[in-house]
Design a binder for this molecule. Structure first.
Ligand SMILES: [Zn+2]
Length: 264
C-alpha cells in the first residue's frame, strides 16, 4: 500500500480550516458530515473496530461501532468520527480509498498507532476537535494544574487523554503523559520542551515510586495529584535535579492508568 507522504502542517491547516468555518466551540461534526454528503451509520459491529470508512458506488460510507462505546455524542464516538473524517478529507487518504490503493481498514482509537495513516487521521481528529487558534488561547495566563486539561476536555467535548495529548503539543506548559495497562507502559508522549527524557528504571518500566506503580501494586487508588521528586520518575544526570519537585496526576481505571507529569 502506497500513500504519498502528508505533512503535519497540511493536516493541521486542513482540519483547523474546516473546524473554524463553524462558530461552535464543540466542532459540529454532524454539519460537516451533511455538507459533504457523507453517510454515517452508528451500529453494533461487535468487537471488530471503532470506525471504518468505505468508498462504494461513488459515495463514502462511515461506520461507527456503538458496541465499543462510540455513541453519537460521546467523547469516544466524536474522536472516532473525526478520525474517519480525516480519511475522507486528507487528499492522499481519500484518493487512496477511491482508487483502491488504500484498503478500507478498521480503526481502533485506544491502541498506539504505529501505522502512519492512522497517526495522520488521529492528528486530523485532534486538530478538528481542538483547533490550535481556540485551544491554545484557552491555556494562557494561568498557572498549570491538571484541572486545565480537564476543563478543556469538557469545553471541547473530548476525552481527558485526547485533551492531554493536545495540551502537550500546543499548551503553554511542558507535560509528560504516560499511559499504562496491566502494570506496563503502553505508550508515552511528552511536550517537546519537557526537560527529562529517560524514565528512572528504563523506558518501558513504570518506576517503583510513582503513583502509577502504587496503583498497580495495590489495585486501589483514586484520581488525584501528588507531588513527588523528579528522581521518582526520571533519570537525573545532575544531583540537584533528583530532589526537585514534580507533580503526577493519576487517573486510574480498571487495569489502566493515565499519568500526567509536570514541573512547576
Ligand atoms: Zn483509520
Amino acid at each position: 500500500m502506497e500513500v504519498s507522504n502528508t505533512s503535519k502542517n497540511y493536516i493541521k491547516d486542513l482540519a483547523e480550516f474546516i473546524a473554524l468555518e463553524h462558530e461552535e466551540i464543540i466542532t459540529p461534526l454532524d454539519k460537516i458530515v451533511d455538507s459533504e454528503n457523507l453517510f454515517v451509520f452508528y451500529d453494533d459491529y461487535g468487537k471488530s473496530f471503532d470506525g471504518i470508512t468505505i468508498y462504494d458506488d461513488n459515495r463514502f460510507y462511515i461506520h461507527i461501532n456503538t458496541e465499543r462505546g462510540n455513541d453519537i455524542d460521546s467523547t469516544r464516538g466524536r474522536f472516532t468520527l473525526a478520525h474517519e473524517l480525516g480519511h475522507y478529507f486528507i487528499d492522499s487518504h481519500r484518493i487512496g480509498l477511491m482508487n483502491g490503493l488504500l484498503k478500507p481498514h478498521p480503526s481502533f482509537n485506544d491502541k498506539q498507532k504505529y501505522n502512519r495513516i492512522e497517526r495522520e487521521a488521529d492528528y486530523f481528529s485532534s486538530c478538528l476537535l481542538m483547533p490550535e487558534k481556540r485551544y491554545s488561547k484557552d491555556c494562557v495566563g494561568r498557572k498549570f494544574e491538571f484541572a486545565i486539561i480537564e476543563n478543556l476536555a469538557k469545553k471541547y467535548r473530548v476525552s481527558l487523554t485526547a485533551s492531554a495529548i493536545r495540551f502537550s503539543d500546543i499548551g503553554n506548559h511542558p507535560i509528560q503523559i504516560i499511559f499504562s495497562v496491566n502494570n506496563e507502559i503502553a505508550w508515552k508522549w511528552a511536550s517537546k520542551d519537557f526537560p527529562y527524557k529517560y524514565l528512572a528504571e528504563g523506558n518501558s518500566k513504570i518506576p517503583e515510586d510513582s503513583l502509577a506503580a502504587s496503583y498497580f501494586k495495590t489495585g486501589r487508588g483514586e484520581k488525584r495529584t501528588e507531588d513527588l521528586s523528579v528522581g521518582d520518575w526520571f533519570k537525573c544526570y545532575k544531583y540537584e535535579d533528583e530532589e526537585r519537585n514534580i507533580y503526577e496526576h493519576i487517573i486510574p481505571f480498571r487495569n489502566m492508568a493515565l499519568s500526567v507529569i509536570w514541573e512547576d
